[in-house]
Design a protein around this ligand. Structure first.
Ligand code: AMP
Ligand code: MG
Length: 345
């Protein structure tokens, strides 16, 4: 898993173009959390501020990893263990805002982003760190699971307590936590007065800078080749998040089974191989990239509208690229020949 994710990290950040003054201090650091490499780049005029910022980010990450992890011992895994009792569960104070945001995005996506399907993700063998790849679950097991239909609507959240009305809910926030964590760290850096920064969590990134200070050129990796497919420029404060079938997968009898599951069928959807979403908020972009991946070619535009997403790039199995008009206006392809491109209003 690590090798695949860190390869993704390399392709996420192509380069950055600096327009700022020469007295600015620039520091990079790398951390490991949520099963991926987190790269942090900060700029400021004061070296002490820069060091404090990187120390702060390190502490933030360690805390978030320990609190929100879906299967390693964490505050979230304790919630999951208590859900079948049907009683009120006291939450770590960082969980209610994250769960409320996840619930809202899940509803807006018509349940295609559904962090209540932890049991299904576990059935497919994606809740393990040992690299073992069990065969796909039997169709009958998946059918039994789907009949239980756990969703975020089954959660009642009141203040810092939670109760589930469906005993099969298990929370796996893997499709939103990296984006949500990036948002929290960016808030932290802004509060420290940092001029500009970029945080790249294995290809889920957010960058900001003061007006006229500097721009960032972001590379989006090719889902099938070790190269950059396209690039785009970030000027103020924006997130770019990609979901792909290459991040975590196994092959069984010649078929690729990846880690993004369709909550309606219980199986990995096959139409798309990567989805990139650009949005001011990284958590929204993260949940939306997963939801559009599940939505597929027939439904993605409808789901994007419901989630307020106007900038998206989808790559299908045939290698065709589907773009919203807004995305088409800013993306630059970095491959020759250019792929077949379809642009939608
Ligand atoms: P991402 O890379 O953001 O698309 O997130 C994928 C991760 O989210 C997987 O590894 C699972 O832990 C989880 N996941 C898979 N399918 C879904 C889904 N339909 N809704 C919410 N979370 C999902
Ligand atoms: Mg996601």
């Amino acid at each position: 898993m690590t090798a695949v994710l860190s390869r993704k990290a390399i392709w996420a950040l192509l380069s950055l173009a600096m327009l700022g003054c020469s007295s600015t201090i620039h520091l990079d650091d790398q951390f490991f959390a949520f099963g991926t490499l987190i790269e942090v780049t900060v700029f400021d005029t004061e070296p002490e501020t820069v060091q404090a910022a990187l120390d702060g980010v390190r502490n933030d990450l360690a805390f978030m990893h320990q609190t929100w992890h879906a299967w390693q011992p964490s505050a979230l895994s304790q919630v999951n263990a208590a859900i079948p009792t049907g009683t009120w569960i006291t939450l770590d104070p960082t969980l209610p805002p994250l769960l409320e945001q996840a619930k809202r995005l899940s509803q807006q996506s018509q349940g295609l982003f559904n962090p209540a399907i932890g049991q299904l993700i576990s059935l497919w063998g994606f809740h393990r760190d040992d690299g073992a790849k069990p065969p796909p679950p039997p169709a009958s097991t998946i059918a039994e699971y789907i009949a239980q239909a756990p969703s975020m609507d089954d959660l009642i959240i009141e203040g810092t307590r939670l109760r589930a009305t469906n005993a099969n809910v298990r929370l796996d926030l893997g499709a939103i936590t990296k984006g949500y964590a990036v948002d929290r760290m960016i808030e932290h850096l802004k509060a420290l007065g940092i001029d500009s920064a970029l945080i790249n969590a294995g290809g889920d990134l957010r960058a900001y800078s003061g007006p006229g200070k500097r721009t960032w050129t972001i590379g989006i990796r090719h889902p099938r080749k070790a190269t950059v497919l396209a690039s785009l420029l970030i000027k103020a404060d924006e997130s770019v998040v990609t979901s792909g079938d290459y991040e975590r997968y196994f092959e069984y009898q010649g078929q690729r089974y990846h880690h993004i599951l369709d909550p309606r069928t219980g199986y990995p959807p096959r139409e798309l191989i990567s989805v990139t979403v650009v949005h001011p908020i990284a958590a929204t972009a993260d949940a939306a990239a997963t939801a559009l991946f599940v939505a597929g070619l027939a439904q993605w535009r409808d789901i994007a509208k419901r989630l307020g997403i106007t900038q998206a790039m989808l790559v299908d199995q045939a290698g065709r690229v589907h773009l919203t008009g807004e995305m088409a206006g800013r993306i630059r392809f970095e491959v020759d020949p250019k792929p077949e491109v379809l642009i939608y209003d």
